[in-house]
Design a protein around this ligand. Structure first.
Ligand code: NZQ
Ligand code: ZN
Length: 388
């Protein structure tokens, strides 16, 4: 049965080859000072920086630059961004980049005027925002996280060996997001496929939970089928607009809060993946791909019926003459074969994880309550060992 909920998603999306035309309309709504946030330089190479700058200048904006946001943004970078936003009296934070840049922009948005230490307040203590928020808009260049239309913001603290996400409310979600699939064509293949699996993982985290009959599960099966289909095309031809645009839209749907409404969710794969990220700084999507098959094999006995449904409805496993468990396992086998086919990382050792890190990674893994099995510390270690 669907639980009760209030649903609101305030992000205005501009989608398609002309999406950047929407930027001017949005910029007119905000004051003069724009904090322009971007990553390590990809936007300067592919021309997106110049295109955005032209629009900012034509709107008469005063631009304060804040580049160099690293993948898996750090708490030190957050402090730096807060100072810059405050000093420049930013009226808008414009994030031009992937999930890291968007997440960082949201973190600066809630932290610039926060009197306490934002790492402690928002990430360690999960407190709500009670200070001024600087509005965020984004121009997306990397597909996967869904950060363009959600309140999520993940920050890494290397000194404490913790990578933590805070899901802020709708007042922190981007006010607008520009989604031009062509902006993602220059992504290196490793990042592109990591993003594909991030999308798949977001859907699975919300699918493998609960045993009730709810509409979201049907929606998610459709999203998964479309993702599998389009990602196979995109891996062979990264400039196939039809495939890349479908994937961009699936990514947004996968984590714009819609499919989670009224149903239980898991998120344990992300908790393990984030802890791996805190130790290795590895690419987010690959931390998920490397642990997913061992995790799902581990919990399968506790949720056989859902894994059977997944096998039949998503992977077209023929159920005739097989036990429920055989059908369920065949589904995971097909998923594993697909993951290898598109070139995902299947072992955490390839991400720099060594045996002596496993206990620490398990210590840094938050244990969720919504999956088919609530893991113990030993369970996490066992899954990590199976992922090596
Ligand atoms: O920094 P630059 O030079 O721009 O290069 C980036 C970066 O190296 C590059 N890139 C991005 N767009 C490109 C491009 N290169 C060429 N052409 C383009 N068009 O790609 C690399 C990765 O970018 P990043 O933003 O780090 O990737 P992603 O979008 O996967 O974001 C990862 C971060 O998001 C968090 C992750 O934990 C991680 O910190 N997540 C955020 C979520 C949310 N807000 O809800 C949920 C996710 O589960 C995830 O945890
Ligand atoms: Zn993710």
């Amino acid at each position: 049965m669907l639980g009760n909920f209030v649903y609101c998603n305030p992000t205005r999306l501009y989608f398609g080859e002309q999406a950047l035309d929407g930027l001017q309309k949005e910029l007119e709504k905000y004051g003069e000072n724009v904090l322009l946030v971007y990553g390590g330089g990809s936007i300067k190479k592919n021309g997106i920086y110049d295109a955005v700058m032209r629009i900012l200048q034509s709107c008469g904006k005063h631009v304060i630059e804040d580049g160099g946001v690293m993948p898996n943004p750090t708490v030190e970078k957050l402090y730096e961004g807060c100072a810059r936003a405050k000093e420049g009296k930013a009226d808008l934070i414009l994030a031009v980049g992937g999930g890291s840049v968007c997440d960082y922009a949201k973190a600066v948005s809630v932290s610039a005027y926060c009197e306490q230490d934002p790492w402690e307040k928002y990430y360690l203590n999960m407190e709500d925002v009670d200070n001024q928020i600087i509005p965020v808009g984004c121009v997306l260049t990397m597909v996967g996280t869904g950060s363009e239309m959600n309140g999520g913001s993940v920050i890494t603290n290397h000194a404490q060996k913790l990578k933590i996400g805070h899901v802020f409310g709708d007042n922190v979600m981007p006010k607008f997001a520009i989604l031009n699939p062509k902006f993602t064509f220059t992504l290196p293949k490793y990042q592109m496929t990591a993003g594909f699996f991030d999308i798949m993982s977001h859907i699975l985290e919300q699918y493998f939970s609960g045993e009730d009959d709810n509409t979201s599960d049907y929606v998610m099966e459709g999203l998964l089928r479309s993702l599998i289909h389009s990602s196979r095309i995109a891996v062979n031809n990264p400039t196939d607009y039809e495939a890349r645009s479908n994937i961009m839209w699936i990514a947004t749907w996968a984590l714009n809060t819609f499919v989670a409404m009224g149903k239980a969710t898991d998120w344990e794969v992300h908790m393990i993946g984030q802890s791996i990220g805190a130790y290795t700084d590895a690419t987010h999507g690959m931390t998920l791909s490397a642990v997913s098959i061992p995790y799902y094999k581990f919990i399968l006995p506790y949720g056989v019926q859902k894994f059977k449904r997944y096998a039949v409805n998503v992977w077209d496993v023929d159920p005739a003459g097989k036990t429920d468990e055989q059908i369920a396992r065949e589904g995971l086998d097909r998923m594993e074969a697909y993951m290898k086919e598109i070139g995902l990382v299947m072992h955490i050792s390839e991400l720099g994880v060594t045996e002596d890190m496993l206990e620490g990674i398990a210590d840094g893994t938050f244990i969720m309550q919504g999956g088919y099995r609530v893991l113990t510390h030993e369970d996490v270690v066992q899954i990590l060992k199976a992922s090596m």
